[in-house]
Design a protein around this ligand. Sequence first.
Ligand code: SF4
Ligand code: SF4
Length: 115
Amino acid sequence: MTFVVTRLCRDCKDMGCVKVCPRDCILEHRPASGSSDLPNQLFIDPDECIDCNACVPECPWEAIYPDADVPPELEPDVALNAIVLKRREEFGSQRSANRPALTWKLSSATRSAGD
Ligand code: SF4
Ligand code: SF4
């Protein structure tokens, strides 16, 4: 099992989740060049997450779930988090580097279950 960050995270600047993760495995996408092709949200590295649950109560959007408990309408976000495994060099933690200003503006529609 691993925990996953769902699309309910998009555009959040709270970051309380990042501060409490003992594995520092809640990551942001930071491509070496160009803009990100991924949604403006955080991602959990499935290989590093130890299922401790510490991040869940810190998330005001209730965006984090154990992968087995992700609601059906958010199920595609499990695979979205798994992209970290294929493109690990593009991801980093805000704890180890300053996070650039979040500039992407997604419409409220992107938070909808149908996205
Ligand atoms: S997972 Fe929750 S607390 Fe963390 S950045 Fe996303 S919405 Fe904010
Ligand atoms: S469950 Fe624990 S190890 Fe996994 S992302 Fe959340 S705080 Fe980090």
